[in-house]
Design a protein around this ligand. Structure first.
Ligand code: CA
Length: 428
């Protein structure tokens, strides 16, 4: 179910600590889902609210929230819940909001239970929120595709002829999608500089980030059955911040003729809280104006982009944080819904737990580019960071990505972090 309802009412407040702080990512209008554990404890599913996590595994066990006739919050991943009908997502969101609303009176027994199910977020360890069924990565920012085409091909024909007609993508690795705060080893791979006679094997020298939004499919489409833009929009359960780590030197040598492979396969980080599509509903935006008309199957009849501010920070080992990029998801030429339409148009089955990377989100100005490749213009313009400069990432660097919608209240995604460790010693 799409559209606004009472869960989006800006007047609603929660009695939970920190939930009404205007700077909190997690007011009562957000209610993102995540997977967590406390020290030595089992892995549970929860919803972020203020400075706390509401433990849904406990509430389901005790019968306060019963989404289905079978347990769905006891599996340690969101997939069983995401596989339920969309009206169950809506009903559950309403129930959780009611439990946390300061205006709603709970019985003493219910209140005791809810207090027992509220745990401090600061004490929780977050886990990968979904079982990633498949990972497809797109290339949907016109600014990003133009920048990369300008650098590597031809400034006069920066966009490939198909780009304004097709949401371009490739099938990535689901196995190496990791949750925020997982350390990333610098990858080894085949490298060949423009003046080298032969390739060699060794650590990547141009380790990069890609600032992206990840869309998580909840409702599947059967094999052979395409979906409309409206169906695709509604099928997406929620969104996460996504850092698609990229090895530019490995990529340069391997990507012709079939596209990136090992240069992207080593790691993709996602933020731990899945912000639901329903929570983003008040922040929908129209796609940018079409340079060329899209084919009828790619026409959108409703705004499927979102107004999401995004910031990337780089923290050198032991140093201070510097903002290296500020952009907004609204610039994307192809929405996640359109990407799913195109993906399913051939009859490709999208499954519960499919992850669609938006592609690097670059804005129109150099400080809004979503990769170091573009920010440093392939090393030509080093970036100032604490204690020095960067063209690409060094060992020990940490990348933090944050994103939020700002309006009558703030819908935040939390942090998507990753630290670069040295390459493993492997002589291929
Ligand atoms: Ca990417």
């Amino acid at each position: 179910m799409t559209g606004l309802n009472e869960t989006h009412d800006p007047a609603r407040k929660s009695w939970v600590d920190g939930a009404n702080d205007p700077n909190s990512d997690f007011p009562i209008q957000n209610l993102p889902f995540g997977v967590f554990s406390l020290e030595g404890g089992p892995v549970h599913i929860g919803v972020a609210i203020g400075t706390r996590i509401l433990d849904l595994t406990v509430l389901e066990e005790e019968g306060l929230i019963v989404p289905a006739d079978h347990r769905v919050f006891d599996q340690g991943v969101l997939n069983p819940f995401m596989a339920l009908p969309q009206n169950v997502w809506t009903r559950t969101r309403r129930q959780i909001a009611d439990i946390l609303d300061e205006a709603n009176a709970l019985s003493r027994a219910e209140l005791n239970l809810v207090h027992r199910a509220l745990v401090p977020m600061a004490a929780a360890r977050m886990h990968l929120p979904i079982f990633v069924r498949s990972f497809t990565d797109f290339y949907a920012s016109r600014e990003h595709a133009t920048n990369v085409g300008t650098m590597f091909r031809d400034p006069d024909n920066a966009l490939m002829p198909n780009w304004l007609h097709i949401p371009i993508g490739y099938n990535g690795r689901a196995t190496t999608v990791v949750v925020s705060d997982t350390d990333i080893h610098r990858p080894n791979g085949q490298l060949k500089g423009p003046n080298d006679a032969e390739p060699r094997f060794g650590p990547c020298q141009k380790l990069d980030i890609e600032l992206e939004l990840g869309a998580i499919v909840g409702t599947p489409n059967p094999l052979g059955q395409p979906v409309t833009a409206e169906e695709a929009y509604a099928s997406i359960f929620g969104y996460v911040l996504l850092n698609d780590w990229s090895a530019r030197d490995i990529q340069t040598w391997e990507y012709q003729p079939l596209g990136p492979f090992q240069s992207k396969a080593f790691a993709t980080s996602i933020s731990p809280w899945v912000v639901t599509r329903e929570a983003l509903e008040p922040f929908r935006k129209d796609a940018p104006e079409r340079v060329k008309p899209l084919l009828p199957y790619l026409q959108e009849t409703s705004p499927n982009n979102f107004d999401i501010e995004m910031v990337v920070e780089l923290v050198p080992d032991g140093g201070k944080s510097s903002v290296i990029s500020k952009t907004n998801y609204k610039y994307m030429y192809y929405s996640s819904a359109l990407q799913m339409v195109h993906h399913a148009s051939s009859g490709c089955a999208m499954e519960t737990g499919d992850l669609l990377g938006s592609g690097t989100i670059s804005g129109p100005t150099q400080d809004s580019f979503g990769s170091m490749l573009e920010l440093s213009w392939n090393g030509r313009d080093p970036l100032k960071v604490d204690g020095g400069t960067r063209t690409f990432l060094e060992d020990g660097d940490t990348i933090n990505i944050n994103g939020w919608c700002d309006g009558d209240y703030r819908i935040g995604f939390g942090n998507c972090a990753g630290k670069v460790l040295p390459a493993v010693n492997f002589r291929g």
